[in-house]
Design a protein around this ligand. Structure first.
Ligand SMILES: Cc1ncc(COP(=O)(O)O)c(C=O)c1O
Length: 411
């Protein structure tokens, strides 16, 4: 697999020259001959901007994959989220409830509209937004709730849709990290009013940069398409009733996307296999808590992630450099939004904070082999021996709300 990538994409060779040959990165896109063939085809056709057959094909394939009527491509996941919120008429004076534990794009998309993101805490097992805390934060100004399917586990959509119905809220799924994840057999992307996906290079499928909206609401999809193209109605050239955006995806990006779509099911299956290998290899290491898959939910394990807490002898922050020294890349969880300067609150949400301090993303490329996963697990296990680490004293407080949890995993 590695050889195929390197011979096909010389820039990867150049990049890999700067790192040891057996270094395991956190994520690598899996690109092949089909991507090359479709991009060349788009290039040779001359349709290199946002008109062209690949954009339409990608949108149709993605809508079918999610089981929805409409898909609207965008330049990236952040612009897709902003477009959705703007098209829904969300703006100044409105509030949108967003999980505190997410990537900042979820909150920023709300801020771009002039509305205020209100942060709800997350569930300690699934790491997704907690409906009980959402309910506590609803005010007369609340217009929408934006569940995030964090690291590939779907948010509790049934409970959120019930709340939305009761309080007349719009549900906007942030599905950037969860292509193909399911709730009771239905794929994310079709579980709220509208959903946004990302195709950044580390996502389950990639177009380099790219995004997609999915919805069953034809009028909303048409409005998103129009706003994405400077608010120009398709039937009236250079006429603009309002201020829109240029948030279009190019035909070149979509050509990569069409090729990636042909392998999406395979990538998801590989990621679930990788999760099974990790779960077997990391089982019963004291202080290493495995990710959950709630009953009725299908986690795609976009980033296979664990919590590292007492009695593991190294703190999460000490484990990251220890793994790096041994040729293994990893990432800390996101900082909770309400601890970051633009959104800082006096009292950050406690579960999000505890998860953020202990959560660790492990290498999750779909191309990883069983041997590589076994090596990563053995390395973590070897570090779990209770030795004295001069600079690695753990930071976690004994009252951490996650320290007594063992998440069940049902793969
Ligand atoms: C939860 C979440 N929302 C939104 C985004 C934004 O997507 P993009 O990077 O394509 O703008 C990301 C991407 O990393 C994400 O993880």
């Amino acid at each position: 697999m590695q050889t195929q990538q390197l011979s096909l994409f010389p820039y990867l060779e150049a990049e890999s020259a700067t790192r040891p040959p057996d270094f395991i990165p956190i994520y690598e896109p899996w690109l092949g001959r089909r991507e090359e063939q479709y991009v060349l085809d788009a290039l040779r056709s001359g349709w290199i901007s946002s008109l062209g057959k690949y954009v339409t094909r990608f949108e149709q394939q993605f809508a079918a994959f999610c089981g929805v009527q409409h898909a609207v491509s965008a330049s990236n996941g952040t612009t897709a989220l902003h477009l959705a919120l703007h098209a829904l008429g969300i703006g100044a004076g409105d509030e949108v409830i967003v999980p505190a534990l997410t990537f900042i794009a979820s909150a920023n998309a709300v801020s771009y509209t002039g509305a205020t993101p209100v942060f709800a805490d997350v569930d300690p097992i699934t790491w997704c937004i907690d409906p009980a805390d959402v309910a506590r934060r609803i005010t007369p100004r609340t217009r929408a709730v934006m569940p995030v399917h964090l690291y590939g586990h779907p948010a509790p959509m049934d409970a959120l849709n019930s709340l939305a119905e009761r309080y007349n809220l719009i549900v906007v799924e942030d599905a950037a990290e969860a292509h193909g994840a399911q709730v009771h057999g239905r794929r994310v992307g079709g579980l709220g009013r509208i959903a946004a996906f990302s195709f950044y290079a580390n996502k389950t499928i990639t177009t380099g940069e790219g995004g997609m909206l999915t919805t069953d609401d034809g009028a909303l999809a048409a409005r998103c398409r129009m706003l994405r193209d400077h608010a120009m109605p398709p039937e009236k050239r250079y006429w603009h009733d309002e201020i829109g955006f240029n948030y279009r995806m190019t035909n070149l990006q979509a050509a990569v996307g069409v090729a990636q779509m042909e392998r999406l099911e395979e990538f998801i299956e590989r990621k679930r296999q990788i999760a099974r290998w990790y779960c077997a290899g990391l089982a019963e290491i004291p202080g290493v808590i495995l990710p959950a898959e709630a009953a009725g939910y299908t986690n795609i394990y976009w980033m296979f992630s664990v919590l590292v807490d007492a009695p593991f002898p190294l703190s999460r922050d000490a484990l990251i450099p220890a793994l790096r020294e041994r040729g293994i890349d990893s990432r800390p969880f996101f900082h909770p939004m309400d601890t970051l300067p633009p959104y800082r609150a006096a009292q950050p949400r406690s579960v999000s904070l505890a998860l953020s301090r202990t959560g660790l993303n492990l290498p999750s490329s779909p191309s990883l082999t069983e041997d590589q996963i076994a090596h990563i697990c053995a390395t973590i296990r070897s570090l779990s021996a209770p030795v004295q680490h001069a600079n690695g004293a753990r930071q976690t407080s004994p009252q951490s709300p996650i320290s007594n949890l063992q998440s069940p995993i049902a793969l």
